[in-house]
Design a protein around this ligand. Sequence first.
Ligand code: SF4
Length: 703
Amino acid sequence: MTTITASTCCYCGVGCGVLIEHDNERIIGVKGDPAHPANYGRLCSKGATLHLTGDLTARALYPELRLGKGLARSRSDWDTAMGHAAQVFGQTIAEHGPDSVAFYISGQLLTEDYYAFNKLARALVATNNIDSNSRLCMSSAVVGYKRSLGADAPPCSYEDIEQSDCLLIVGSNMAYAHPVLFRRLEQAKADKPDMRIIVVDPRRTDTCDIADMHLAVQPGTDVALFHGILHILMWEGWLDRRFIDEHTGGFDELKTLVRDYTPEMVSGICGIRQDDLQNVARMIGTAPSFLSLWCMGLNQSSAGSAKNSALINLHLATGQIGKPGSGPFSLTGQPNAMGGRETGSLSNLLPGHREAANAEHRNEVAEYWGVDSLPGNVGLSAVELFECVRQGKIKALWIACTNPAQSMPDQTLIHEALAACPFVVVQEAFATTETCHYADLLLPAASWGEKAGSVTNSERRISRVRSAVAAPGEARPDWAIVCDLATRLEAQLRPGQPSLFDFDSPQSLFDEYRGLTAGRDLDYSSLSYALIDELGPQQWPFDAATQKGTARLYADNQFPTDNGRARFIAESYLPHKEQRDARFPLTLNTGRLRDQWHGMSRTGTAAQLFGHVEQAQISLHPDDLRSRRLVDGQLVQVKSRRGELILPVLADEQIRPGQAYIPMHWGNRFLKGLGVNVLTQPLFDPLSKQPELKQAGINVKPV
Ligand code: SF4
C-alpha cells in the first residue's frame, strides 16, 4: 500500500514542499505538495527525480575506521567508532587546547543538526572553530544585510516576484539554480507583460530568455555598475528624497563617491553600452516597485560584501523596500543555509542571529545553556580553517554533510591539508564523495526521506522535513551522531556535571533552540512543530499573539540598527586582483547546471539527470577556439596559477570572447584533475570571508 509523507526537497533554497510516496520500506515516487506556499505543487527536474536517487551502492552504510594513515578503513561498530572519535578529540583538546580541533559542516544539514553541532563546539569543546559550507554560499549576503539594514534578514517573500513591476536579477542563473521560482517569474511576466526584467550576468544564460535587457558585464564589475545606476538616478532625480531623509543615513558620503561613476566611466569598466546603462537606470528609477534577486555571482567574490551593499544602496535611494513587489532579495543556494545562519553556524555567529565577538550575546547564550562562558576569540572561516589544517594547527577535523575536497577553492591545498591532518572524521550519507577518501573515520548518516527536522528557505519560511523510510544499513540521523559524540566528550570535559545534550529527538533540539530566538529579529520562539503542522510552513519572525508569520520586513520603515535608520555604504569599485594577462588570458566563471546538484553525490546516481548535460566541459566563445586552433569537442588542458584540468571544449556563442565557463559539479572521481576548483583561488572577501569562486585567470591549450 502506498503511503504519502509530506516533507521538503533537499536541494536548493527555494524549499519546495514534496509529497513522498512510499511503502514504508522504499521511496517509490515524489510529487510537489500543492499546499506548500513555496511551490504550490511545482517541482523541478531535480526535485521530481528524488525517488530515483536511492542507489544504495553509493551510500555509507556502516562505520568504517582505520587506525593509521595509509591503511584501508575497515568496518566497525558504532560504539567502537564513537568511542575512538571521542578519545581522539578529547585527547587532542587536552594536549593542544580546544582550538586544535574544528568542525566543518553544511547548509544541507537540518536546523536541529546545526544546533547540536553549535552547542557541541561552543559550549562543550569551547571553540569557535565551527564553520559551514554556507561560507561559500551566503556569507556576503549576511554582511550586506547586516551592514545596510541592521540584521541578516531577507526582507521579501516569493509573492513579491508576482507583485513587482521591475526585477533586477544579478549574478543568478535562476532558470537553473532556482527553477521553481523561475517558473513563478515566467508566469508573472506572462500575466503582466509590462513587468520589466533586467538580467546582469557575464554569460547569456537561459534566465536571459525572459529578460527585457541583458547586461553582459565584465566579470566582477558589479559595484561599478550599481554606482553607475545610482549616478543616473541622482542626475535624473529618480530618488525618494523623503525616504532617504527620514529613514536612512550616510547618503551624502555615497553621493560624493558615485559622482565619479559617470555613464562613460562605468560603460568602460563594465564593458556595456552607455544607452543600455541609461535604460536600466530608467526602468529602475521610474518603476512603481523594484525587486532585486541575486545569488552566487555577487556573493562568491572577494568583493562580495561591497557588491551586496552597493545593490542595497539602490533600494534605499529609491525607497523600494518594505513595500509589495520591492526589496533586496538574496536567493539562498542551499536548502538550509538560512537555518545555519539562524543557529550560528558560521564561525563568527551564535544562535539567534548573535555575534560570537559580542560579550553580551555570549553571556545570553551561555546563561541559556547553563555554562559559565563561551569562547570569545575569533573562529576560523572555511578558507582559513583548511589553511590551519594544512599548517598542522588543526589536529582533529570533523566534517559533516559536505565535500570540501571538491567544493573549496584551490583544491591542491585542500587535498594536501586533508592528507596531512592527523584525524579526519567524515559524517556522510554518500561514501562516494572526494572527501571520504581522506576519512580516518567514516560515519554513515541518514539522508533525505530518512530523517526528520526543519529547514528555512530563502523567504524565511520554516518547513518540516519528515522521515518516510528507515535509513539503510546502520546510518543514523546527523543530530543523533553529534549528541552521541557530545555525551562521550562530556565524560572527559565535564565529568560529574549534568549533561548539556539531553536530547532524544529532533523536536527536543528544536524546542530548546527556538527559545534562543526570543526577542531577536527572527523571533520564532512560539512556533512549535505542532503549530507548523497545524498552520503550515511559517515565515519568521512569527508573532505569538496573532499566530502569523511575517511576509515582508521593514514595512514600517524602521530598521534594526542603533538609530532605526538603514545605512548607505560608500565603497569604491576595486578591480579584481587576478586580471587577464598574457600567461592566463581567459577569465574563468563557474556555476551550476540545471539537473545537477553540488558535487553530484545524490544527483550523480540518477541516469536521467545526465540527459541535459552528459559531461563536464569548458565553454569558450567560437572566436577563442579559432584563435587557438581548437575544434568543438577537442580535449584541452585548462591551467590556472594553482592547478590544471583536462576537459573537452565546447564552442558557445553565449560566452563573451575572453571568458570561459566550467560547471562546478564534477570532482576528481569523474575527471582527470581535482575538479574545477583546482583552478579557483582562495582569495576571500575581507568582511564576509567568502572565497572568490567565480573568477580566475586561466589558459587553454590542446592536450
Ligand atoms: Fe527542489 Fe529547488 Fe527544484 Fe524546488 S526548485 S524542487 S527546492 S531543487
